[in-house]
Design a protein around this ligand. Structure first.
Ligand code: ADP
Ligand code: ASP
Ligand code: MG
Length: 435
């Protein structure tokens, strides 16, 4: 362990343009003397733009895919030009990453969509970190650019690589610590890793927070800091609700519960590695870096206010045996096998004598594939466009306000948590009188 090592993570919102990168540099200036490993995401919107490149390529629209990639190239060159001027080695590095994607686009659509996805979408983080590293060096903050794929080893499940912890830890110590010993920061990419055969993998959307936790764990960091566009962890998403308040302190357990149920502020896999090594996580505002933020640690917090999380795009599957038999153990086993195979996240489950209800995030075609896998022996009804609303530490007032305008399809009450699967009711408005 390197004494005083901190891991910082900057997400897309803080790196949206040249001004964002300059601002990140001013924050880092305060830590010029610290041993810092910095994890950065792609610039805001880039991962979505690259997802479109993948879709177009896989649909056989190669010209359109190239044109879409060109807009990504342009956006990055514009930022680089603003920060670095016309002449800089950085352009060659950006070009190398982009040409590697063009080679992929030169090929026919690939049978493995997820594999191609990772080879293309991963370039977002490579581009943003090349520009940021070049700018930090220019701004007098010596920074080593590190390819995260040389450290984070995963299995070969593309788009959701699972980390091979022992090898990753070994590589992190071997690669990162000598760089820190040379002085300066180490800057690397969130979200990406690599298989033993050196194919690029990604860790799942929004996975850069998790990458920072992987580096924190492997390097025994004294603290991990994520810099967000909010003052800290709030009692609900401020984009969806008014009157939210900041939580100064949270236990690891509370943070895991919140993020598992969809609080978008931190990727759900982030907390476990930190908890395992008792590394505190500071959630700070990049807009107000002097603000206290929130700290997540092993400290027990006596009392929390009601905390609400909303997960949209939910699908509820109601499964019953075709022969009218009870939902028995061997049925449940079959369902769980399919869930595990498809790596589906279960947000709620409940059963009656004749049916099993399970609610998933409705991503890609996974829910349809789940239904197909069971179709021979089961009747599967899928209800889509639902939301799950979770209230931790609920009170009646919060519960009533969450139910307003919603039809509750399933409700589950535990001592500290209420979870509801709801459908938004169409608002009935009175017709204007025709005079
Ligand atoms: P980044 O790009 O830095 O990873 P994200 O957009 O993933 O940032 O996460 C920050 C956003 O998370 C905030 O802008 C906010 O809208 C949302 N969010 C959702 N739930 C919460 C919460 N409980 N507290 C704070 N922010 C939340
Ligand atoms: N760039 C990736 C995404 O948008 C990872 C991240 O931002 O955390 O999903
Ligand atoms: Mg994020």
């Amino acid at each position: 362990m390197k004494k005083g090592l901190k891991v910082f993570k900057f997400g897309g919102a803080s790196l949206k343009n040249a001004a964002g990168m300059r601002h990140v540099a001013t924050i880092l200036q305060r830590f010029a003397k610290a041993h810092l490993v910095i994890i950065a995401s792609a610039t805001e919107g880039t991962t979505n733009a690259l997802e479109l490149v993948v879709q177009l390529h896989q649909a056989g629209k190669s010209e359109e895919a190239l044109a879409q990639l060109h807009t990504v190239r342009q956006a990055h060159y514009d930022i680089a030009r603003e920060l670095l001027g016309e002449q800089h080695d950085c352009y060659d590095q950006l070009n190398d990453h982009l040409v590697a994607v063009e080679w992929v686009l030169d090929e026919e659509p690939h049978e493995n969509y997820d594999y191609i996805y990772d080879q293309i979408v991963s370039v977002g983080e490579l581009l943003s970190t090349q520009i940021l590293a070049a700018y930090l060096n220019q701004a007098g903050l010596p920074t080593h650019w590190l390819d995260a794929r040389d450290v984070v080893l995963t299995d070969d499940i593309f788009r959701e690589g699972w980390v091979q912890w022992e090898e990753t830890e070994e590589r992190a110590v071997k690669t990162v610590l000598p760089l820190l010993d040379q002085g300066g920061f180490v800057l690397t990419q969130g979200f990406i890793g690599s298989t033993t055969e050196n194919f690029t993998t990604t860790l799942g959307r929004d996975g850069s927070d998790y990458s920072a936790a992987i580096f924190s764990y492997c390097l025994d960091a004294e603290g991990m800091y994520i810099w967000k566009d909010v003052p800290g962890i709030l009692t609900a998403d401020p984009r969806l609700f008014d009157n939210v308040i900041k939580l100064d302190r949270l236990s690891y357990r509370e943070a895991i519960e919140m993020t598992y149920y969809g609080a978008k502020v931190i990727h759900p896999k982030t907390i476990k590695p930190l908890q395992n090594k008792n590394i505190p996580l500071y959630v700070k505002s990049f807009i107000d870096p002097d603000g206290a933020g929130s700290v997540i640690s092993d400290e027990i917090v006596d009392k929390y206010p009601p905390i609400v999380t909303v997960e949209k795009k939910q699908a509820l599957c109601t499964i019953s045996a075709r022969d009218f038999s009870f939902v028995a153990e061997h049925h449940i086993k079959r369902m769980f096998e399919s869930i595990a195979e498809l790596r589906l996240q279960v947000n709620m489950m409940q059963n009656t004598a004749l049916s099993f209800n399970v609610c998933f995030n409705d991503v890609d075609d996974k829910v349809d594939r789940f239904a197909q896998a069971l179709e021979k022996d089961f009747k599967v009804m899928i209800t889509r466009d639902l939301e799950t609303i979770t209230i931790r530490h609920y009170d009646q007032l919060t519960l009533d306000s969450m139910k307003r305008g919603k039809m509750v399809l399933v409700e589950e009450r535990l001592p500290q948590t209420i979870l509801m699967v709801v459908k938004t009711l169409p608002v009935i408005t009175r017709k204007e009188e025709v005079v």
